[in-house]
Design a protein around this ligand. Structure first.
Ligand code: BDR
Ligand code: CA
Length: 343
């Protein structure tokens, strides 16, 4: 069982990461959720995170903590083309963004202070460390590292969805999360803690095909000879989410088979690292390139001569996921939906 702090910018795939984090209690102890600018503005991503916590049956003490509204030095950018203006376009069945229930899930304690408090708590009470999972631009993580360096010994691992090895999705070689706040990503990569990067090369293999979509709808149980079972609220919500995400991925990137579940892979990695192959490299972010700003530069041939004795400034600083056992991932995903559905 791993204690997890989840930083998100929901975002359709972020919503699925939240669902997984709440639905694998043997593997994931979700301490809290923080929000960041990214797919939409901070107010929207915060309300969306709270809507998801409610819809996916979080406990009363699992709260949403607002983080950074903008990157460290650049202007904020959002992605309405993929996620709609409010970040969860087309998703039905969630509580209203301005409802009291949503307000009650947002804590007055800000992101980095919430992270610090829960890390101290877990260390003092259980003598255990916490993993930080990042599914958006890494501004909150960079701030936490800068403001609370004395708590880094409480961090077991940072797992982030972001970057690409030679490819991008919001630039020829720049991935959205890293491109939004490249300086923050570099601060995280320099931090002296274990890190794992899940790049788009791997997330693009986790495609929600028609077959998976019909299983989300409970299709695997429907033999075609009887009336299909009524669909639960949860399955309906997830189906509307996948439908919107599939449409935008088709129109924007030409993905005809379905959308990739990017952020969900982070929680799958926490629960089942054995689903992934990974290798340790020196990774840096291009901070001034004309064509390559925001690129994660992965030193595959180790030109830098980095060694494995450090996770920080000059060492091989990051494990990079290189492949995913896709059938096992979707089996886990569908099992989590079953669990969430019966909560
Ligand atoms: C990442 O960018 C966002 O659009 C997704 O939520 C994911 O975190 C993929 O590049
Ligand atoms: Ca995200």
């Amino acid at each position: 069982l791993r204690h997890v702090w989840l930083d998100v910018d929901p975002g359709h795939d972020d919503a699925t990461a939240i669902m997984l984090a709440l639905s694998a209690p043997e593997y994931v102890d979700l301490l809290g959720v923080s929000t960041v600018h990214g797919n939409s503005d901070l107010l929207c991503t915060t309300k969306n995170a709270a809507r998801c916590l409610y819809a996916f049956c979080a406990d009363k003490d699992q709260k949403v903590h607002m983080g950074a509204a903008k990157p460290l030095i650049r202007h904020a950018r959002h992605d309405p083309e993929i996620h709609g203006v409010d970040g969860l376009g087309g998703v039905r069945g969630l509580p209203d963004a301005n409802s009291n229930i949503v307000k009650s899930i947002v804590s007055p304690i800000k992101a980095i202070d919430g992270m610090a408090a829960s890390m101290k708590f877990v260390m003092e009470k259980l003598r255990e460390k916490v993993s930080i999972v990042s599914c958006g631009p890494m501004t909150n993580l960079a701030l936490f590292i800068s403001v609370y360096p004395e708590l880094l010994y409480c961090v077991e691992e940072i797992v982030f969805m972001g970057g690409g090895v030679g490819i991008g999705n919001r630039g020829a070689v720049a991935e959205f999360n890293v491109l939004c706040d490249p300086e923050a990503a570099q601060i995280v990569l320099n931090a002296p803690v274990k890190k794992t990067m899940i790049p788009i090369n791997v997330t693009h293999t986790a495609i929600v095909t028609h077959d998976i979509h019909s299983k989300i709808l409970g299709g695997s149980n429907y033999n075609g000879f009887s009336v299909p079972p009524p669909i639960s609220d949860l399955r309906y919500t997830l189906s509307t989410l996948i439908t919107f995400f599939a449409d935008t991925y088709k129109h924007t990137f030409g993905f005809n088979n379905g959308p990739p579940l990017h952020d969900a892979l982070t929680i799958a990695y926490i629960a089942h690292p054995e689903f992934f192959t990974r290798r340790r490299y020196r990774v840096d972010v291009e901070l001034s390139g004309i064509h390559s700003l925001g690129q994660t530069v992965v030193d595959i041939w180790n030109y830098s001569g980095a060694t494995e004795d450090r996770w920080g400034a000059e060492g091989k600083n990051c494990l990079v996921a290189e492949s995913l056992d896709v059938p096992k991932f979707f089996q886990f995903f569908l099992e989590c939906i079953d669990y969430c559905d019966t909560k």
